[in-house]
Design a binder for this molecule. Structure first.
Ligand SMILES: NC(=O)c1ccc[n+]([C@@H]2O[C@H](COP(=O)([O-])OP(=O)(O)OC[C@H]3O[C@@H](n4cnc5c(N)ncnc54)[C@H](O)[C@@H]3O)[C@@H](O)[C@H]2O)c1
Length: 328
């Protein structure tokens, strides 16, 4: 299949491109490179462009005639979304709307969409299954839920086939070291912890150590980016006209921030100084996925997501592979 990968120069999208190419598909990346990187596009052509620019998107679809689309393009930081909601809605919701319209006009029928556990808000029970009510608590989560809603309606009305993948916390890097996480500023916990290990920052700040969890710190479900990438390849294969479906992607095992820092100390052999600060508003104490539906429907299971492997691949990316990959 020829797949238009919108946002394919970013962290998860670039790993998906690698998996697509390994599975025999042809990824064509469409990205404005505002957050993503030219060096991360290695498995097919790069078409620079804005998701909200219908004319450029149309020209690219006409040129490459994709069989399917994957949409990774979004702004993805909760705190920022609270401060700049309209920027988030324009990019994430407006972008999705433009993409659906351009797909429809060009007879592209299938799409896999990056959704998020942020669509659930504060869960009423754990682990979180797809049947749990989606009640997002910030503009980012709401923008992702709106993306799902538009897709659901477009499937019903126009016969589109869509799969929404609700990722929990993406982490780790390609084991061969050709791509990895590179955000500036970096919002994600594991790279920040590893920056502290590499003495690129003085310490790591833990927000809240008085949650109702075993060690008082928040628990999250970390899933290796390579496992996420392969879930996209599997999702392509189950897209069918007129059907919208959604799957949680996580390991089902929670890891507290304290545990994560402990593992990072043992993998890196570094001290990693830690300070604590008050809780941040809107951080649920515990988010763990029930991914049994993905295991059945996508025949997917996370095989790279052991926390030791996640930290090891992210550490090797940061200390060894990154400079070569960016330079070459
Ligand atoms: N990283 C996570 O843990 C996580 C968890 C849940 C969901 N998600 C979702 O997965 C997707 C990918 O996340 P990521 O961590 O790889 O993010 P990322 O920022 O690394 O990648 C997003 C890519 O989209 C591009 N992009 C953004 N806006 C665009 C626009 N208007 N036009 C064209 N390109 C645009 C960026 O340049 C970037 O290359 C996002 O939609 C995010 O909401 C991520």
């Amino acid at each position: 299949m020829r797949v238009l990968v919108v946002g394919g120069a970013g962290y998860i999208g670039s790993h998906a491109c690698k998996a697509l190419a390994e599975a025999g598909h042809m990824p064509v990346v469409y990205d404005n490179l505002r957050i993503g990187h030219k060096w991360a596009v290695k498995w097919g052509p790069l078409e620079p462009g804005e998701i909200n620019d219908a004319a450029t998107l149309t020209a690219v679809m006409r040129r490459h005639r994709p069989d399917a689309v994957m949409n990774f393009a979004a702004y993805a930081y909760v705190g920022e979304s609270n401060n700049e909601p309209t920027r988030y809605y324009r990019n994430n919701v407006g972008g999705m709307l433009t993409l659906i319209e351009v797909m429809q006009a060009n007879d592209v029928r299938f799409i896999v969409f990056s959704s998020s556990c942020a669509t659930y808000g504060v869960p009423s029970s754990l682990p979180i299954g797809e049947a749990q009510e989606q009640k997002p608590i910030n503009p980012y989560g709401r923008s992702k839920l709106m993306g799902e809603m538009m897709l659901r309606d477009a499937c019903a009305a126009y016969g589109l086939g869509a799969v929404a993948l609700r990722y929990f916390n993406a982490a780790g890097a390609d084991a061969e070291g050709s791509i990895g996480e590179e955000h500036d500023p970096e919002p994600h916990l594991i790279p920040l912890v590893l920056q502290a290990a590499a003495e690129r920052r003085p310490n790591i700040t833990v927000f809240g150590d008085d949650y109702d969890t075993d060690d008082g710190t928040c628990i999250r479900d970390y899933v290796h980016v390579t496992d996420l990438a392969w879930a996209h390849v599997a999702a392509l294969a189950i897209c069918e006209p007129g059907r919208f479906s959604a799957y949680n992607l996580g390991t089902g095992k929670g890891c507290s921030i304290n545990e994560l820092i402990g593992q990072a100390r043992s993998v890196t052999g570094k001290r990693i100084a830690m300070t604590t600060a008050p809780r941040r508003a809107g951080d649920p104490p515990n988010l763990v996925a029930d991914s049994s539906a993905a295991r059945t429907a996508l025949k997917w299971s996370p095989v790279h997501s052991d926390m030791g492997n996640i930290i090891e691949t992210a550490w090797r990316w940061m200390t060894d592979h990154r400079n070569k990959a960016i330079g070459g």
